[in-house]
Design a protein around this ligand. Structure first.
Ligand code: ADP
Ligand code: MG
Length: 329
């Protein structure tokens, strides 16, 4: 019997529904349950063929456990090695190399350094920083936001240098990016599963939480959703994420990717709504079963590494057709 384990934190709806759905599918030789883990022996296989990881970004013990699990033959959604290495600034830069539209983004040195770092440690750092050239590149209005963050924490909308410095002063020792604001009309949040299926959810980040997933979307300009789907796939294939959300803010018909490092995306029934919840439960259940049946599907490659030797990958990634079109509603 192959076991699929779900590793999770404070979520209440997605993990039990996933376990229930996989078990209800009655696939021969497959069963699902919540992961149980205590002390971990090095290099000893764990009892799960697949682990769906919803929490290791917040818990170093879980991340280390998962790396050991992959080493000993478990497939983990998402690859804990790559998740550990990725950051949002890298993935903006990668998007740019891939030809996916992304707002001008600069990496900014920390306002306050982490403990144990002092002036002596920073002798490579330009001082004073050339703020004018950073502002000239990004331009205002802009968003100051962490290079590795989530849940809208420490995200500031700034309109001029004064607002920028007020926000920067509050950014503690976080590593921040400054990104040109997209003056968007449409905004999409897309689930991307198995690097094959895309579910585009019209979303309005200006609304209160419970109203953000737009119920009656308008007609969109021809080709917009097709481009969103294609770009979402390109990004997830390059990054190697099997479960992710990609967020696009659309200005003048161009979808700009602004947030696409969400390897444990929000999937709470009460926030995403019943139809989206059903979609994600169904697709992640099927993906986990497929991975349990085909251990060779653990993603082990850093697909983007081809850039490092001067190669390209855009056409190849974008050209691979999506498995099903049903995702677009
Ligand atoms: N470049 C941008 N242009 C317009 N809005 C942005 C931009 N960056 C962030 N935002 C707004 O801030 C919100 C949170 O930023 P985001 O990058 O999605 O970070 P998080 O990972 O915290 O969700 C977005 O949903 C969007 O409403
Ligand atoms: Mg976001």
């Amino acid at each position: 019997m192959k076991k699929i384990g779900v590793l999770f934190g404070q979520e209440n709806t997605f993990p039990p529904a996933l376990v229930e759905r996989i078990n209800a599918m009655n696939v021969e030789g497959i069963t699902a349950e919540f992961v149980e883990v205590g002390g971990v022996e090095m290099a000893k296989p764990c009892p799960y063929a697949v682990i769906v990881d919803r929490i290791s970004h917040d818990m170093p013990f879980y991340r280390a456990y998962l790396k050991n699990a992959v080493l000993t033959g478990t497939t983990v959604i998402n690859n804990p090695f790559w998740w550990s290495a990725d950051d949002k600034f890298f993935n903006y830069a990668l998007a740019d190399k891939l030809g996916v539209a992304v707002p001008r983004t600069a990496l900014i040195p920390h306002k306050y350094y982490p403990p144990d770092i002092n002036g002596q440690s920073c002798r490579n750092m330009q001082f004073p920083l050339d703020w004018d050239s950073i502002f000239d590149y990004v331009k205002f209005p802009a968003f100051l936001k962490p290079h590795d963050g989530g849940g809208w924490r420490d995200v500031y909308h700034v309109h001029d240098p004064q607002e920028f410095f007020e926000a920067y002063d509050q950014s503690r020792d976080l590593c921040m990016t400054l990104q040109a604001a997209v003056k968007f009309n449409e905004y999409f949040r897309c689930y991307v599963v198995g690097q094959e299926e895309v579910h585009i959810m019209p979303y309005d980040p200006r609304q209160p939480h419970h109203l953000r997933y737009v119920q009656d979307p308008p007609e969109y300009p021809k080709g917009l959703l097709a481009r969103v789907e294609k770009d979402a796939l390109t990004l997830c294939r390059a990054l190697g994420y099997d479960l992710n959300t990609v967020e696009f803010a659309v200005e003048d018909g161009v979808p700009y990717a602004i947030d696409f490092m969400n390897p444990a995306p929000d999937a709470d029934r009460h926030s995403v709504g019943e139809a989206n919840f059903e979609w994600i439960i169904d697709r992640v259940s099927k993906l986990a079963i497929k991975k349990a049946q085909n251990p060779e599907l653990q993603s082990t490659q850093f697909n983007w590494a081809r850039f490092l030797s001067g190669g390209t990958m855009t056409t190849e990634l974008a050209g691979k057709p999506a498995a099903k079109k049903a995702a677009r509603k």
